[in-house]
Write a protein that binds this ligand. Structure first.
Ligand SMILES: Cc1cc2nc3c(=O)[nH]c(=O)nc-3n(C[C@H](O)[C@H](O)[C@H](O)COP(=O)(O)OP(=O)(O)OC[C@H]3O[C@@H](n4cnc5c(N)ncnc54)[C@H](O)[C@@H]3O)c2cc1C
Length: 380
């Protein structure tokens, strides 16, 4: 039987392992002692993402809307009858993803670190902290600091840095999250998400903005939550902007390792779940033809880019523009958005395809015209 080594037992590695195990002998290596710890995620995903995962994770809350705060005090509220987001327990999510892969036949080797790989004509020879494994195929699902990506000779993607705390505080409105844009979280945004007696507060910032913890401290003071009991704290990096290549001879990358993250929201679970079936399909075709060359495996990248490439590209363009906007520009955009048509477009926002909002706006010349001055100021 053909074999595959998957580096990384996070959600991307587990999803790839589950699908590959249908026809491959799969070994998953993870340097951690278990999947999902430490958590580096908010856990806000859509119903569609839960459906695609094929598991039933613990749900902490369901969110139906968002209130976006602008620097000058303006706000825009969006809401819908259908859930906008599901807040899941990310540790539990990762454990269940790994269990599903094991049920499909994959073997997990924890506390086993990938150290490098030699690509030979008839196999890939993988070195790990516990020895060597020969396989037909290597999958890099080793997250944002991917060693497999580095061994392919590709540069690391650009990152934003994130920090988040859970605070013992009950938000009045349990169905709405609060987002803040502008210099409160330079280059990205901050979030306050209710889940019962607790509130998840976090933000991401561009690399050059200094330690995110300083920005979080200021945010907590501003919203009156400093000094309250903090029950958990996490930090992490999110790759934005993609990587040069997600395949090579006998190699494919998935998840953060492949830069498969929505640039606008920082969400990585939906894109990797979209990419996984293309990875499995390219692997099965390669197995059938006994050809694991990069030419053969390039079908994987063509497939996943056809599915989500446009959203990632458009998202990057929106983030580039957003990063050039001053607080005053954002306040102007807030005022320009305050029309019934624009608010109805925003109400329809899909967390899995946030850049769709820009496309919908462009279909309404009057709306595009209202935003043009602000957009021009940001790009010139
Ligand atoms: C603050 C923050 C908030 C976020 N919020 C959300 C959110 O709300 N919704 C959402 O969809 N996404 C969110 N994300 C992004 C999401 O967490 C990632 O996109 C997702 O975890 C990527 O999954 P992955 O399996 O590719 O990588 P990871 O989850 O990072 O898993 C990689 C695995 O590889 C292992 N590994 C690494 N190197 C090696 C090695 N050399 N040898 C063996 N094993 C190795 C690691 O131990 C790890 O288990 C957030 C990220 C951050 C930082």
């Amino acid at each position: 039987m053909a074999s595959a080594v998957v580096v990384g037992g996070g959600p991307a590695g587990s999803m790839a392992a589950r699908l590959l195990a249908e026809r491959f002998d799969v070994t998953v290596l993870d340097s951690r002692a278990t999947s999902g710890k430490p958590v580096q995620c908010t856990g806000l995903i859509t119903e569609e993402t839960v459906r695609m995962s094929g598991i039933r994770p613990d749900i902490l809350n369901t969110i139906y809307g968002a209130k976006v705060h602008f620097p000058g005090g303006g706000t825009i509220s969006v809401s819908s009858e259908r859930p906008k987001g599901i807040l899941v327990d990310r540790h539990d999510f990762d454990i269940r993803m790994a269990d599903a892969a094991r049920d499909a036949g994959a073997e997990y080797r924890y506390s086993d670190k990938y150290c490098g790989a030699g690509i030979l004509p008839d196999k890939v020879s993988v070195s790990s902290s516990r020895g060597k494994i020969d396989a037909d195929l290597l999958i890099g699902a080793d997250g944002h600091t991917s060693s497999v990506l580095r061994d392919m000779g590709c540069a690391a993607p650009r990152f934003v840095r994130g920090i988040q705390v859970d605070i013992k505080h009950r938000m009045e409105d349990q169905e709405t999250m609060e987002l803040r844009v502008g210099s409160v979280a330079p280059g990205f945004f901050s979030w306050e998400i209710p889940f019962g007696e607790y509130t998840r507060v976090g933000l991401c910032t561009r690399w050059s903005a200094g330690p995110p913890s300083d920005h979080l401290g200021r945010l907590l003071r501003r919203i009156g939550l400093d000094g309250k009991e903090v029950t958990s704290k996490i930090s992490g990096k999110i790759p934005v902007g993609g990587v040069e290549r997600t395949f090579g001879d006998r190699i494919m990358l998935i998840g953060d390792a492949a830069g498969q993250v929505k640039p606008v929201s920082g969400g990585g679970l939906y894109p990797m779940l979209k990419a996984a079936p293309y990875l499995a399909s390219a692997a099965f075709d390669a197995m059938d033809e006994g050809d694991y060359s990069s030419v053969k495996l390039s079908a994987y990248e063509k497939g996943w880019k056809k599915e989500i490439g446009r959203e990632l590209k458009m998202g990057c363009a929106m983030v580039r523009m957003y990063r050039r906007m001053s607080d005053e520009d954002l306040d102007r955009a807030c005022r320009a958005a305050d029309t019934p048509k624009m608010l109805s477009i925003l109400d329809e926002i899909d967390l899995d395809a946030p850049s769709e909002v820009a496309r919908k706006m462009l279909r309404h010349p009057m709306l595009a015209f209202r935003f043009l001055p602000t957009a021009l100021r940001a790009v010139i």
